[in-house]
Every structure is written in C-alpha cells, then in structure tokens.
Design a binder for this molecule. Structure first.
Ligand code: GLA
Ligand code: GLA
Length: 700
C-alpha cells in the first residue's frame, strides 16, 4: 500500500483565531432589561478565559418583533463588547425558532406530522423545510445580518440555524418528494416500481400522485419508499440550509459557515435522523453538540468515553480529517436526561480535552449563563443564577480556559489513522427498516463501537467513515453489519483489497443493494468472491441459547446472530462449537489479489474483537505513537501535523492509574504540571498532555 504521511496543519476557522476557541452559547437577547448582567458577563468571560461565543441562535423575535420592523441595537452591543475584549463571535442565523407573528400570518411554515396533523405554533426546530415563505423570510434576515456585520472584527463564523432535525408531511413537502423521486427515477414510474419491488402486495404505482410519504396510518411497509423518504428529508434539509447560506456566501465569502450536528442518547452515538455526510460538502467546518450521560448506571465511564470518541472520530472524518468544533457541551448537567447528574470534579476538563484530543479546535458550552425562566432555566451553565465566579463550575471552567490557552499550538493538527471503520447512515436506516431481525437486538451503532473500542483501548488512531468515502489511505477497513452494500461501495472495497488492503466484514453484510433489493443468484453479493465464501443462513439466538466459537485455542461466547457460511476459497480460522452448525466456519480469511478479506460470522463477546484486532494490528505493525500498553479505562489519543505529535493521556476511571512511558523517551516539561518522570501518575479523571518531538516527550 502506498504510504500516506500526514504532513500538514489545517488552518484555523478564521485568520484572527490563533489557537483553540473557548466559550459557548450566549443569549443576551434574554437579558436586555438587565444591563448590569450584560456588563458582568463581559467581566466574567475574561476571568474564565473565554474567547468566543455563539449569539443570536434564538434571537429572531428580539430582532424583528413585528414584521418588517428591525432592532439590531442589542446585537450591535454584544458584537462590540466581544470585540472590546478581543473575543470572537459565531453569529447565528435564527431560523431555529420563529416569532409567533410569523406562524400566525403564514401558517404554511408550520409542520404537518406523519399522521397528517397540522401542528400549532410553539417550541422550536419545527418549521417546514419546503415552505417558500420560510425560505424567503430566513434568507432575507440572513442577508441583513451579513450586510450589517460583514466587516465586524468579532465575526469569525456563521452558526447557521440550530440542530436541524425532523420532517414535515405537508402538501408542499409531498409535492417536493414526488419531484425528488421523478428526478431520481428519470421520470419513469417503472424504474421506481422495480426499485421498490412494488408488485409486492399490489403496491404498483400508476401515477406519481399516488405516492405519499410514509405514515403510521398509511404506507409504511415499502422499504424502498421509506428509504427514499429518509434520503429526501436529508436532501431537503440540506437544500434549506443551502438557501440559508446563499446570502452569507455572497456577502461574506471568507467567513466559514457551519450548522451544528448532534449525537444521540442515552447510548452515545451519531444522530440517526439526518445523513450528515451529505452536509459535509456544504459546511466549511463540522461542528457538533456532545452530551454524553457521564457517570450513568448502565456502563463504565471509559465505555461511554469510547462511544463518545467514536462520534468525535466520525465527525472529524466527515471532512477528511479537518479539525471539527465542539460547539455545545454542558459544563455541569443538562435538564433532559433520564437522570441529570452533575459532572463530577474533573469530568468537565476531561471530557472537553477528550474532544480536543480527537480533533476539536474548540470547547464550547450550552450555555454561558442560565436563563431565568422557561424550559432551560435549570440547565447547567458556566454562570449560575447566583451570577458570579465563586462556584465550583465556574472555577473549573476558568481552569479549563487557561489549560486550553496553553494548548493553542494543537489547533490545526489532525489525526493520522491507518484504520477505518465504516459507519453508514443509509445502511442504518435500511437495516432497521428490514423486517426479520429483532430490532432491539440489531445494535448497529453499538456493534460499530465495539469494533472501534478494540483500537481505542490500544490508543491506535481510527477514522470512522461513511461507506462512500475514499478508502485508499487506509491499511485496514472494517465494515460491521454492512447490510446495504451499494454496488459502488463494493467496487471501492474490491479495489482497496486488490491493491493490498485488509478488509474485515461481518455477519449481516451485503444482503441488499442500494435500492434495498436483495442480491440474487443472477446478481450476487459482489463481495462473496473476494471473501471466498457464501452465506447460506442466519440464525438468531435467544438469551438462554448457548453458542461459542473457538479461535486459536480460546473459546468465545457469541450471541444474537450466527451465520452459517459455506467457504469456497476462504481459509477457516475459527469454528462454532455447538448446535447443528458445530464445526462450521465462524471466522475466515481469503487472499484476494494483493490483499486479505476476513469475515466474522457471528456477534462475539468483545474479548474476541480485542484479541482479533490485536493480532491484526500487530500483523500491520500498528500501535500508538509511543508503543505503550494502557491500563483499562485510560485513553491515549494523538494529533499530529507530521512533525510534532500531541499526545493526550486521559484517565476515564474512578481510580488513580499509572502509565509507563519507555525510558527511550525523555520527558521535558513545558507548562508547570509538577515533576516529570516516565512513570506518569494519572489521578481520577485527570489528563496529561504531552508533545512528542523526535525522541523526546515534552509535557504541555
Ligand atoms: C400470513 C399472510 C402471508 C404472509 C405470512 C408471513 O400468513 O397471510 O401473506 O404475510 O403471514 O408469515
Ligand atoms: C441542544 C440545543 C441547545 C440546548 C441544549 C440543551 O444542544 O442546541 O439550544 O437546548 O440542547 O442541552
């Protein structure tokens, strides 16, 4: 394989930004009647080492209280105040929530839900993405914002809307969906009927008008339709976003635009509802809002840390390794989880630096100051209702601010990964739509994360990529449960293995094509030949069922899903131990041209994945940059520009941990963190940041 050396630094978000951004969502629009509070905010921001805030996220009514009457004074003041302390503004377009007058006068902006019920005005993040009026109104306001602030020294980025999500089933959206389908299927209903296998249950469409979005009171069994609808929802959301950024790009071509992505709780994973890879070309930087449920009762802290790391790595990989921005996180607690637990002392610093370790060039919070009323008045913030700096949360936030300032040289460095794990939104949608596998056992995200964890535990950098991303820079590509194998993806995988790559496939892969149609004899799974096998059946296991596989003398438990495969040219490496498929293959490898293709046929305990990937990593001589063993729960992540590598040693356990750095590395201190020895002591939730410069390690 061609050696890929990362020898560059990405530039920061704006020429005026030197280092990492630190701050958060700031809602001065709520405090216009309290000038002393606004004044105090500026003082406190300086104390906390804050250098950036996102403003105007929900400011529409404060700007345009009546249609066509604009008040920008409060926003001018905020921009000027930030500029006066050398701070930066991420200026939001306020489409995430709209004034009541707008919904009243133009009801088409309100959504219709999947049961075809028209929604009333209220809450937020719930406008119709198709409505021409909403598009016109938001673009017009964005244009005014761009014209007004285009030369303002505080402006560094556009924070477009807020956490786009959801869907609308109004007549305008139905029409737009049909147009989208006509475009996709070349205006030929026969093509659509074939792709959707519509002869099934007499679902054949004879007119475009017969097609409706999926509904629990209507059509929800045509998998191809549901999948196309989800694709349409992403495309329509991206289209709405592009309409929002049009005036921004025209008036402020040098100001970056982004919109904040989400994660998912309680099991931390990527947000399911939108295929963010489709946004990647239209945002200048990926930004996301991370709210892991730290200190929960269902998993160990380090397991949640590894799951969060998976999402960080996915979002970094969406734009080719370019650093992302952590745009929201809580400094203490949220107000919407099952149990709203306080971050224990140290956890805010640890979870924030974890984001930086994985490629974030910022740490931003929701929210700077707690609101006084309404739904988020009890959500954590840097500044409490108490309103000053003498709180635990504020003090920890200020400490983190100075720590980030000392880490400013990390900005722009990326992650050099030789291993990629495929996580794919369309695959997830199709897999969960399929009827036949018990949904609650599917665990697609969890499965991807379990494969990922094997590398996380060793500190080996990993990219997490959607299936259509370029594979050529990796040595190992792992695609857990790639149920939907598009022909184009299959071709890219074949090319990757042909030229020497190592590919790992698992159970439940390559069952359907891009249309969600099963591969058949005359049109078989395009990877079977490469894998040197064919899959004959998939067994599902009850909890009480016993099954195991034997690999290299060890027996590993398996659960949920077991495939029965028939090897052709593949070599069998492990076999099932029980039941009627005892001694049939559970792990195989096939040499294909210059590469190797593995297939894992069953869902194994994580111990198997750890052992299997340890062997694979060692075959490929992959390790963390200083080649050390890590205690359970200690993470080692690295960012590099090819010359200098920054190492983050993070203790995600409730005990003190010791990490030994080989004596071949000499430790030098840069910023005072106490005496330095090669035996690094990490108290609970502590982070040490080290800098690796040719043979010596400096502590920063
Ligand atoms: C019923 C229906 C069939 C088919 C089977 C599936 O028997 O009549 O059309 O859906 O269930 O088990
Ligand atoms: C999301 C939103 C914020 C706020 C936080 C609360 O991230 O973008 O406006 O509601 O959740 O955790």
């Amino acid at each position: 394989m061609e050696e890929w050396v990362l020898l560059k630094r990405f530039s920061t978000i704006h020429p005026s930004v030197n280092g990492l951004l630190y701050g958060g969502d700031y809602n001065p629009d709520q405090w216009q009647a309290y000038p002393e509070v606004l004044q105090k905010d500026v003082e406190l921001m300086k104390l906390a080492n804050v250098n950036a805030v996102s403003v105007n996220i929900f400011g529409w009514a404060a700007i345009e209280a009546e249609e066509g009457t604009y008040t920008f004074g409060w926003l001018d003041d905020v921009m000027d105040n930030m500029a006066s302390i050398g701070g930066h503004i991420l200026l939001s377009t306020p489409s995430g929530a709209r004034p009541a007058w707008l919904s009243k006068k133009y009801p088409e902006v309100l959504r219709v839900n999947e049961k075809r019920q028209k929604q009333l005005h209220g809450q937020r993040h719930n406008h119709c993405f198709t409505s021409p009026i909403y598009r016109e109104k938001t673009a017009a306001l964005n244009k005014m914002l761009a014209e007004r602030y285009k030369d303002h020294p505080a402006l560094i980025m556009w924070h477009v809307s807020n956490e786009y999500s959801g869907e609308c089933h109004c007549d305008l959206c139905q029409e737009a969906f049909r147009e989208w389908l006509k475009n996709k299927y070349d205006h030929q209903l026969e093509k659509l009927n074939h792709a959707w296998w519509a002869t099934f249950w007499s679902h054949t469409f004879t007119d475009w008008d017969q097609i409706e979005s999926p509904s629990s009171i209507g059509e929800n069994q045509i998998h191809g339709l549901t999948l196309d609808w989800k694709r349409f929802v992403t495309d329509q959301t991206v289209d709405f976003y592009r309409n929002e950024i049009k005036p921004l790009k025209e008036i402020t071509p040098n100001i970056a635009v982004s919109t904040n992505f989400m994660g998912e709780n309680p099991h931390m994973g990527p947000f399911e509802g939108l295929d963010y890879s489709r946004f990647a070309d239209y945002v200048d930087v990926i930004t996301w809002d991370a709210y892991p449920a730290w200190h929960n009762e269902w998993e160990k802290t380090w397991q949640l840390a590894a799951n969060t790391a998976f999402v960080h790595d996915l979002y970094r990989s969406l734009k080719g390794g370019q650093p992302f921005l952590l745009l929201e996180s809580t400094p203490s607690l949220v107000n919407w989880q099952i149990t709203n637990k306080l971050k224990r002392p140290g956890m805010n610093l640890l979870s924030s630096l974890q984001a930086v370790a994985h490629g974030s060039d910022s740490v931003m919070y929701f929210q700077w100051r707690k609101s006084r009323g309404s739904s988020e008045k009890l959500h954590g913030a840097v500044v409490d209702h108490y309103g000053n700096e003498n709180t635990r949360v504020f003090k920890e936030a200020a400490e983190l601010g100075s720590r980030l300032a000392s880490l400013k040289e990390v900005a722009g460095a990326s992650v050099d990964a030789k291993v990629a794990i495929i996580y794919d939104w369309e695959n997830r949608w199709a897999l969960y739509e399929a009827q036949g596998f018990a949904k609650k056992h599917l665990d697609y995200v969890k499965t991807c994360e379990e494969h990922y964890q094997a590398f996380w535990k060793k500190g080996i950098p990993v990219d997490v990529i959607p299936a259509h991303y370029d594979l050529s820079s990796y040595e190992i590509v792992i695609a857990p449960m790639l149920y939907m194998l598009k022909r184009e993806t299959a071709q890219a995988i074949l090319t990757f293995v042909e030229s020497g790559g190592t590919y790992v496939s698992t159970y439940m892969s390559g069952i359907v094509d891009e249309n969600d149609l099963c591969y058949i004899e005359s049109d078989p799974n395009p990877l079977f030949q490469m894998l040197g096998l064919r899959v004959n059946e998939i067994d599902s296991l009850y909890k009480a069922d016993q099954q195991s596989v034997n690999w290299e003398g060890h027996s590993y438990q398996v659960s949920d899903f077991c495939e029965i495969v028939e090897p052709m040219s593949a070599t069998v490496l492990a076999e099932y131990e029980l039941d009627f498929y005892k001694n049939s293959p559970a792990l195989t490898v096939n040499t294909y041209k210059k590469g190797q293709a593995y297939h894992i046929s069953a869902r194994t305990e994580t111990g198997f994945l750890d052992a299997f990937y340890e062997k694979l990593a060692s075959d490929h001589q992959l390790s963390n940059p200083i080649g050390i063993e890590l205690p359970e729960g200690v993470s080692l992540q690295s960012r590099t520009d090819g010359e200098t590598t920054y190492l983050f040693l993070m203790n995600f356990t409730e005990e003190t941990q010791v990490v030994n750095i080989p004596e071949t590395y000499e430790l030098k201190e840069i910023v005072g963190e106490g005496p330095i020895s090669n035996e690094v002591i990490l108290p609970t939730y502590d982070v040490r940041t080290l800098k690796l410069v040719k043979g010596s390690v400096e502590v920063i």
